[in-house]
Design a protein around this ligand. Structure first.
Ligand code: IPM
Ligand code: MN
Length: 378
């Protein structure tokens, strides 16, 4: 058992800072309760940092991320006077990009975090905002699948070329990257032991590179995972089925861009982006983050929903527990999830997105409520 776990915390920009604070508070409480020592280093970074320093984070930060047992990210993206700050073209992403993206894209690519694991799970009591009103639309228990998004290639290579007076961005799908991500998805279906099914979601009817993704999926599935059912969907049609019939899905695997879109769309059925979580997972490293952005217009108001960030810390605990065969972490993860579920089911101490502006609690109050439940749970 390890004496101590080193965590790099990257608050980033906007609401990322506030929600990560609440995640760290819950993480510290979990550490205390389960006698786990976390050595947490916070590194200031993101678009606001770039605006001041012309670099997105202090020198040596990437090496610190690489050396850490796990990374916890808030959100990145910064505005000045309502205008988004873009970085100059920089390695490894030669296109001008939203300042702060380096941490996300660089860590995902350079640390080989090839599987972006995004659970779509509806907790009891959670309401959805539909037609401006909060209602219970989907049924808990019928929304419980995991999107595995390939995290290193597809349209995210950063390459763009001039062509015919316009620009062209390639879609790259390699055998190596596809094999490892589809294996991750099949193994997860086995581990979940629910429907024993993996759905491949792509645009293989028109994009040749996606056809290759699907072929590799079929090949690995039939040869290595005969106990798992293979299922297929085109991403456009999938977008409506995941809303109408989410209970069909167990594990879903998709190329990068399709996975990006369907994970946000799936969040609609699970209470919105305020609750949606992503783990960027590789064989050696991992980074956990809420999948929402930095929401500059809500920043600094202690208003944003911290539950996605808290559930990211929960996912990190679970991953660390499995990786290091440390039951303290696995139990802490279970307890944090139970504490969040209690706060949701109780339906009192919630942010505006889940309860409406009039009854809304603050970001820090929701963090405190989760910590309180965590300490009281048996
Ligand atoms: C996400 C985000 C990122 C992505 C952005 C910030 C580059 O939308 O994590 O889903 O597209 O991967
Ligand atoms: Mn996204």
């Amino acid at each position: 058992m390890k004496q101590s776990y080193s965590i790099v915390a990257l608050p980033g920009d906007g609401i990322g800072v506030e929600v990560l604070n609440q995640a760290l508070r819950v993480l510290r409480a979990a550490g205390e309760l389960f006698q786990i020592n976390f050595d947490i280093e916070e590194i200031e970074c993101g678009g606001h940092y770039y605006a001041e320093h012309e670099t997105e984070w202090p020198e040596g930060s990437f090496e610190k991320c690489k050396a850490a047992d796990a990374i916890l990210l808030g959100a990145v993206g910064h505005e000045v006077d309502g205008k988004t700050v873009f970085t100059k073209p920089a390695k490894p992403y030669p296109e001008p990009q939203l300042a702060g993206y380096a941490q996300v894209i660089l860590n995902r690519r350079e640390l080989n975090l090839y599987a972006n694991v995004r659970p779509v799970k509806l907790y009891p009591g959670v309401k959805h905002k539909i037609h401006g009103e909060l209602k219970q639309v989907w049924e808990p228990g019928k929304v419980d699948y995991v999107v595995i998004r390939e995290n290193t290639e597809d349209a995210y290579t950063g390459e763009t070329n001039d062509i015919d007076g316009g620009r062209m961005t390639p879609i790259k799908i390699t055998r190596r990257a596809t094999e490892r991500v589809v294996r991750y998805a099949f193994n997860l279906a086995r581990q979940r032991n629910k429907q024993m099914k993996v759905t491949c979601v792509d645009k293989s009817n028109i994009i040749g590179a996606h056809r290759f993704f699907r072929e590799v999926f079929r090949e690995i599935g039939t040869s290595e995972f005969p106990d798992i059912k293979l299922d297929y969907a085109y991403v456009d049609a999938f977008c409506q089925w995941q809303i109408r019939n989410p209970e069909w899905y167990d594990v879903v695997v998709a190329p990068n861009l399709a996975g990006d879109i369907i994970s946000d769309n799936g969040a609609t059925t699970a209470g919105g982006l305020g609750l949606a979580v992503g783990g960027n997972i590789g064989d050696e490293h991992a980074m956990f983050e809420p999948i929402h952005g930095s929401a500059p217009k809500h920043a600094g108001k202690d208003k944003a929903n911290p539950l996605a960030a808290i559930l990211s810390a929960q996912m990190m605990l679970d991953w660390l527990g499995t990786r290091h065969h440390d039951n303290r972490l696995t139990n802490a993860a279970k307890r944090v999830e139970a504490a969040v579920a209690e706060v949701l089911a109780e339906g009192k101490t919630l942010t505006y997105d889940l309860i409406g502006e009039e009854k809304a609690s603050k970001c820090s109050e929701v963090g405190a409520a989760v910590e309180d439940r965590l300490r009281k749970l048996p």
